[in-house]
Design a protein around this ligand. Structure first.
Ligand code: NI
Length: 169
């Protein structure tokens, strides 16, 4: 197991559409272990493979209700097939440093995906967990929560990051 560095905006890998996983073999398992470890270490409640530089459609999310329990779900090639209602919740992202903002998402979603063995699964979820899933699935399409903000907020953030990068040089 190893902790993997998390890429941050504006890394171009975060903007790529991730490839579908077609081979379900032993090579997935170390990646999943690394991703879960990296997520807990951050700490975060969700992580998409592109965030560690692997441009494939795989996410891990922590679904545990107890605070000190570590139970995660792996979703491969996830697709949102149904949406219901709306909710606005505060979001942040391990790849978008120093920013949290309110984002409007669907309140309840149904997702079809494959598990680590390649078996088809379906899950319906709502509220906070639905937000996390929508956020992580966005990552697989090169979308960041930034993209859901107003142009003004997004521009301000980009300027701030540009400045930070320039001052590091
Ligand atoms: Ni994120």
């Amino acid at each position: 197991m190893s902790l993997r560095p998390i890429l941050t905006f504006p890394d171009p890998v975060l903007r790529k559409k991730a490839e579908k996983v077609t081979v379900f073999d032993d090579s997935l398992s170390p990646l999943i272990t690394d991703m879960a470890a990296t997520m807990y270490d951050a700490p975060g409640i969700g992580l998409a493979a592109p965030q560690i530089g692997e441009s494939i459609q795989l996410i891990v999310v922590d679904v545990s209700k107890e605070e000190d329990e570590q139970k995660f779900t792996v979703l491969i090639n996830p697709e949102i097939t149904e949406r219901e209602g709306h909710q606005v919740d505060e979001e942040g992202c391990l790849s978008v440093i120093d920013l949290t903002a309110s984002v409007k998402r669907s309140r309840k979603i149904t997702v079809t995906y494959q598990d680590a063995s390649g078996a088809e699964q379906t899950l319906t979820t709502e509220d906070r967990f639905a937000v996390v899933l929508q956020h992580e699935i966005d990552h697989l399409h090169g979308i960041l929560f930034l993209d859901h903000l107003s142009t003004l907020k997004r521009t301000m953030y980009k300027k701030k990051i540009k400045k930070q990068l320039a001052s590091k040089k």
